[in-house]
Design a protein around this ligand. Structure first.
Ligand code: HEC
Length: 139
């Protein structure tokens, strides 16, 4: 009897079985999409916050004031873009107060050498509403 030849044959048999058992994993069914394609348009801030009074009131105050002559939402003109201001400061009560004071009293040196003039006719309260709106302009 040749035992070593027999043992060799059974190893091959076992290996063959293991291979056969491992082959059952690629029976995944194709996923079918039946839903209509959702338009991937990015919402504007106006659309995102149209029902948020902080946004609506702050925006109205900013529009009535001289802010738009130096500030835009998306792009730096004379002053920094509102979205850059929003990215720099978290919307905390403390930041809103500090920035509102800077708007009322004027400020310089944070964003460059051009100063923001004082707004003596503006109340702290309105300035805070404006700043609250500006700090919402985060994507
Ligand atoms: C004559 C141009 C001008 C006008 C008008 C103006 N800004 Fe500015 N604003 C600037 C400039 C310039 C800076 C950057 C000042 C600095 O570097 O500290 C600035 C900075 C700011 C900042 C950031 C302040 C900080 O400490 O980081 C806020 C908030 C802001 N403006 C809001 C307003 C609002 C609200 C109004 C309207 C009431 C307004 N600005 C009107 C020019 C202007």
């Amino acid at each position: 009897m040749n035992f070593s030849k027999l043992a060799g044959a059974s190893v091959i048999a076992l290996a063959g079985m293991a291979y056969a058992c491992g082959g059952g994993s690629d029976t995944k069914t194709e996923e079918t999409t039946t839903a209509a394609p959702v338009p991937q348009k990015e919402l504007s801030f106006d659309e995102m916050y149209k029902d948020n009074p902080d946004y609506v009131n702050g925006l109205a105050l900013v529009k009535e004031s001289d802010c738009p002559s130096c500030h835009m939402v998306e792009r730096k003109i004379v002053g920094p873009a509102y979205k850059d201001v929003a990215a720099k400061y978290e919307s905390t009560d403390e930041n809103i107060q500090t920035l509102a004071t800077n708007v009322v009293n004027g400020n310089s040196g944070v964003w460059g050498q051009v100063p923001m003039p004082a707004h003596p006719g503006l109340s702290e309260e309105d300035a805070q509403k404006m700043v609250k709106y500006i700090l919402m302009l985060k994507k």
